[in-house]
Design a protein around this ligand. Structure first.
Ligand code: CTP
Length: 420
């Protein structure tokens, strides 16, 4: 898939720069022609010689070498895609603001091809409002951000901000070239002010809910909210004005333009979603809402009784999707999720029909790498025209991009009457 593709790799100063060697090797193995440009501080982490040997091209670092000028304009025009990996917080800031104080930045500003970037930094830097703003600006230029990964960081802390693994970057590039990501939408929009969802309002529910038993305990599930958050980010990147009603999770939307309403219980989530449902053009309910809650919530901590067992009386929560879906108009696009362990397709189609949906995203806990707490997901999209799209295992961000592509498609071409 990468045979003959010209990939310009920009390496900036981050400990993750050492992974550039593996990345170049994998890209070359896939048949790509790879040229590398480094920032001077990247050379503190990996030598130009290593990357030159692996890419079989010289690796320029400064605007001029040995009295000859490194032609950043030709480099920028040569590439089919420019990938900045790792993209440090400093380089992201320079890209967002057009600073041009090294060869990598001059090349970036000269690039006429699509630009992808794989951020790498410590978690607090990643969540800093300045970084969020820079990312938001870069997305508004039509660039694509590869998802950061969660894990051990150079600081010794554990969290978000690790550069995507080289294998995942290669997969992302393959999808980029096969047009499977929403990149093609963005590229059509480069230079235009109207993104595909500009002027549209979107509502997303995500994460688990917690249903209290007493001030100490609650009933909940394993949802991390990652999938729904990725969808909210992608809808915002496509130009929508997004409200995210988010259950209890430590994660946040990456795109600062997303308006997040944090809730705890299914009841709170219903109220948050109901307040924005009517105005929304696109609604995606990705939350793993508790179907039942304790009928009685104790004001003070429940003490162990004498017996060996405890029976809890539960009552049904409101089905947010079903209740609000019943009031939808045919101008709205309504998307639901279906996570099952058995009879997956049958149950997914039942939800599509009974909850009045345009699209149902089915995933199965039987698929490796799918479902709760993974950075990846494997889904099938069923629409109400009867079409099914089986997607391979991808990062949740890529799945979110496919879902947003499908939504844009429905919004622009959907003339199928509602199934009630
Ligand atoms: N949903 C919701 N409110 C609920 C329960 C589910 O909005 N109280 C939404 C989810 O966000 C998801 C879809 O409905 O989009 C899941 O459908 P559902 O039939 O509720 O799935 P399960 O609860 O997994 O199904 P069941 O309990 O019937 O196995």
């Amino acid at each position: 898939m990468l045979q003959g593709k010209k990939i310009l790799l920009g390496v900036s100063g981050s400990i993750a720069a050492y992974k550039a060697a593996t990345l170049v090797r994998l890209l070359v193995k896939e048949g790509a022609d790879v040229k590398v440009v480094m920032t001077p501080s990247a050379c503190d982490f990996i030598t130009p010689l290593t990357l030159a040997t692996l890419s079989k091209h010289e690796v320029p670092v400064t605007i001029s070498d040995n009295q000859s000028w490194n032609n950043h304009v030709m480099l920028g025009r040569w590439a089919d895609v420019m990938l900045i990996a790792p993209a440090s917080a400093n380089t992201l800031s320079k890209m967002a603001n057009g600073a041009c104080d090294n060869l990598l930045m001059a090349t970036y500003l000269s690039a006429t091809c699509p630009v992808l970037f794989a951020p790498a930094m410590d978690e607090d830097m990643w969540h800093h409002p300045a970084t969020r703003n820079n990312i938001s600006k870069l997305l508004s230029y039509g660039h694509r951000q590869l998802p950061v990964e969660k894990g051990e960081l150079a600081s010794g802390l554990f969290g978000e901000g690790r550069m995507a693994e080289p294998e995942n970057i290669v997969k992302y590039l393959q999808e980029h070239f096969s047009g499977l990501t929403t990149q093609h939408i963005d590229q059509q929009q480069v230079g235009k002010t109207d993104l595909p969802l500009k002027g549209k309002k979107a509502l997303v529910t995500a994460g688990p809910t917690q249903e209290p038993l007493d001030p100490v305990r609650y009933i909940s599930n394993h949802s991390s909210g990652k999938m729904g958050i990725a969808i909210a980010d992608e809808l915002a990147a496509a130009g929508a004005d997004v409200t995210l009603v988010l259950g209890p999770t430590g994660l946040s939307a990456g795109n600062p333009a997303v308006n997040t309403i944090r809730v705890v219980t299914a009841e709170d989530m219903f109220n948050g979603a109901a307040a924005h449902f009517t105005q929304a053009d696109v609604i995606v309910m990705a939350a793993a809402v508790a179907d039942y809650r304790p009928k009685h919530v104790a004001d003070i901590k429940m003490k162990k009784g004498e017996g060996d067992a405890l029976t809890l009386e539960l009552e049904k929560t409101k089905d947010i999707l079903r209740t609000l879906g019943a009031t939808r108009t045919d101008k709205q696009v309504l998307v639901g999720f279906s996570l099952e362990t058995n009879n997956e397709k049958e149950y997914a189609l039942k939800k599509l029909r009974e909850k009045n949906l345009d699209l149902v995203v089915m995933n199965s806990l039987n698929d490796k790498g799918a479902g709760f707490n993974h950075d990846t997901n494997k889904v099938t999209l069923f629409d109400k025209k009867g079409d099914a799209r089986d997607l391979p295992l991808k990062s949740k961000l890529e799945v979110a991009q496919d879902i947003v592509t499908a939504i844009v498609d429905i919004l622009h071409h959907n003339s199928v009457p509602l199934v009630v």
